[in-house]
Design a protein around this ligand. Structure first.
Ligand SMILES: Nc1ncnc2c1ncn2[C@@H]1O[C@H](COP(=O)(O)OP(=O)(O)OP(=O)(O)O)[C@@H](O)[C@H]1O
Ligand SMILES: [Mg+2]
Length: 371
């Protein structure tokens, strides 16, 4: 039995990292008008987000620019303090803090960024980057021979072989895909349980994206990693992720297994996303496109009341303007936070699998209201 399997047996769950009702508001600098009006305005970047990342599973977080995806990743990586909510690692509420306790957290939860050029230092070689990661996390072994073996292992894991051809290269001597592989190898240097991959392939040439996604999938399977895959591209979520969560203006609006969410999207926003990313398998593409509204994402400083999508939603009803929709569970683990499903879905505040909003402020408010 591996360590992961025995931990699963001990805790009875394969959830590694969990967000419960996580909220992040960034305060804006006050203007003279705010001072006069005694207002404290903020960007509502993330509101009441709950999700669960499981061992050996890829969870996609999909949404348009500015919807709060990177903020969710940074909150899960504990790079920002939360405005409210809770992050649990291995079932235990965790605040990473600074210094040693932050390092302990980072050892288990690693973040991979969009731009490997920016995340690797141009004046240092691959050997330097990987050695540093191994040393920081106490995995460099004792002596040069063990270190060399650990370095070779890391490069083999990301399929940069033979390792000696890459170890002494500088970032500019590598292709974009190879650089991202080095960044992934560096993250693996910590021997993490969770990888938070924030648009890991969007800066790469289309022809090499698939290779890097396949590598991540291979790592998920071989190392039993829990991966959060952040993307604009809902089509890649279908291909690559087990579970898909759709985010709009700071909130998760739909979730379920990727095949269901991408083939039978329930929330009008997910339908809009899919209609704007044509998929040859989807017969009704043209019809969808005619039906779906367009428009701009809302301001997150004063987000729309009720459902945040209502100003753009072709199916908006009167109550959508004022009442925040709770989550409705549909068939097969799919759920949507949309009033359209009030009669069909079962109103719920979270189930084990899709990982939407089991806890958190308006979960409680809505629960009160539904009594
Ligand atoms: N440190 C910060 N201070 C103030 N506002 C911030 C900060 N970080 C993010 N925001 C705001 O939070 C909102 C969500 O940003 P975020 O970067 O999480 O979106 P995203 O979904 O990752 O977008 P993209 O797809 O463009 O990367 C945006 O309005 C952004 O301006
Ligand atoms: Mg982002």
């Amino acid at each position: 039995m591996t360590t992961d399997q025995s931990e699963t047996a001990r805790t009875g769950t394969d959830v590694v990292l969990e967000a419960r009702g996580v909220t992040k508001h960034f305060p804006l600098r006050r203007t003279a008008r705010d001072l006069l009006a005694r207002e404290r305005r903020s960007v509502h970047a993330v509101d009441d987000v709950s999700l669960r990342l499981r061992r050996g599973t890829v969870t996609a977080l999909v949404g348009e620019s500015g919807s709060g995806k990177s903020t969710v990743a940074r909150l899960l990586a504990q790079l920002h303090p939360l405005t409210s909510g809770e992050i649990r690692l291995g079932g235990t509420p965790t605040v990473a803090g600074r210094g040693r306790s932050f390092r302990r957290y980072v050892r288990r939860v690693q973040l991979i960024f969009q731009d490997p050029f920016a995340s690797l230092n141009p004046v240092h070689t691959v050997r330097y980057h990987l050695t540093r990661a191994l040393k920081i996390h106490g995995r460099a072994g004792s002596g040069q021979e063990e270190l060399e073996r650990a370095l070779t292992d890391l490069l083999n894991r990301v399929q940069l072989t033979p390792a000696h051809q890459y170890l002494d290269k500088f970032p500019h001597e590598l292709s974009g895909g190879q650089r991202q592989r080095v960044a992934i190898a560096r993250a693996l240097g910590a021997d993490p349980q969770v990888l938070l991959a924030d648009e890991p392939v969007s800066m790469l040439d289309v022809s090499i994206r698939l290779g890097v996604l396949n590598l991540l999938r291979d790592l998920k399977e071989r190392l039993h990693l829990a991966i959060l895959y952040i993307t604009h591209d809902i089509a890649s979520a279908r291909y690559f992720a087990d579970t898909t969560l759709v985010m709009y203006a700071g909130r998760i609006v739909e979730g379920g297994d990727s095949e269901t969410v991408t083939q039978r999207p329930a929330h009008p926003y997910t339908q809009l996303l899919i209609a704007s990313a044509p998929d040859p398998d989807r017969v009704a593409a043209e019809a969808d496109r005619e039906e779906t509204g367009t428009g701009e994402p809302p301001s997150l400083i004063a987000p729309p009341a009720g459902c945040r999508f209502h100003p753009r939603c072709p199916k908006a009803m009167e109550r959508c303007r004022t009442e925040l929709p709770p989550r409705f569970d549909l068939a097969d683990g799919q759920w949507a936070a949309c009033w359209l499903y009030e009669g069909q879905g079962v109103r719920s505040y979270g189930n084990e699998d899709a990982g939407a909003k089991p806890y958190g402020t308006e979960g409680t408010a809505a629960r009160e209201a539904s009594r």
